[in-house]
Design a protein around this ligand. Structure first.
Ligand SMILES: [Fe+2]
Length: 240
């Protein structure tokens, strides 16, 4: 199994605070049968240069030599106009793929600039944006049909497993999965105390509520993504 969204790497963002915590997170993933974790530290182009980020990320990754699971370098990139100053952003994508985990603004409503920037990611950089933790954005909660718009514009959609665990969100996010809005899951784990990875239990809940075929599709899509292949598309049915 693959965890597509993690903050395991230490000393780079608000994820693992040191090597010990990084190894604890790896252990928790390993215990849940995760063999590969995509390392997605936050990259905010208004705060650090791309070169500096990649240097720090790769240095952090090189420290985890005793990891029991495969670690793949990537990023969780904040969508901001500064990003487009760079001639290429290959180093931010999931290694050897065109997939880029993108964090969108937490505004109540997204205006055209957000969609324009996503379009530029696709057309200018030839990148496939993966929208990080789609369920967390107020703009989505206010209008779920925006997920359709994101998918139509070529985005892949990621949901956090903790939102399946959380009883306040469970019904809503299972509805998203059932209706084909979600392509892939990720733990978005940050630390061992408050934001640790919960994957197996989330998959069990999907299995019990929706059936095994939904799990299989979500798991398979993660494999397709890290192999740089297109995830399986599913026709979206309108839900209300
Ligand atoms: Fe994240």
């Amino acid at each position: 199994m693959i965890d597509i969204h993690t903050h395991i790497l230490p000393f780079i963002d608000d994820g693992a605070c040191d090597l010990n915590e990084a190894y604890e997170l790896i252990k928790l993933l390993d215990e849940q049968n995760v063999q590969t974790a995509v390392c997605t530290p936050h990259f905010n182009p208004t705060k650090v240069s791309l070169d500096e980020f990649i240097h720090k990320r790769d240095k952090s990754l090189s420290l985890l030599v005793e990891s029991k699971i495969n670690l793949i370098p990537a990023s969780e990139t904040a969508l901001h106009p500064y990003l487009f100053h760079y001639p290429d952003i290959d180093g931010l994508c999931i290694k050897n793929t065109r997939y880029l985990l993108v964090e969108l603004p937490f505004d109540k409503k997204w205006d055209n600039p957000v969609f324009d920037m996503l379009e530029r990611l696709c057309s200018f950089y030839n990148v496939i944006p993966i929208i990080a933790h789609v369920e967390r954005y107020p703009a989505i909660k206010n209008n779920v049909r925006i997920i359709e718009k994101l998918k139509e514009s070529g985005c892949t959609i990621q949901l956090n497993t903790t939102s399946i665990i959380d009883k306040k969100n469970r019904k809503r996010v299972l509805h998203y999965i059932e209706n084909g809005y979600i392509d892939v899951l990720g733990s978005d784990c940050h630390n061992i105390k408050t934001r640790y990875p919960i994957i197996r239990d989330a998959l069990d809940i999907v299995n019990i509520n929706l059936g095994a075929k939904y799990n299989s599709q979500l798991i398979e899509n993660a494999h397709l993504i890290i192999d740089g292949k297109e995830r399986k598309r599913k026709i979206i049915y309108i839900m209300e």
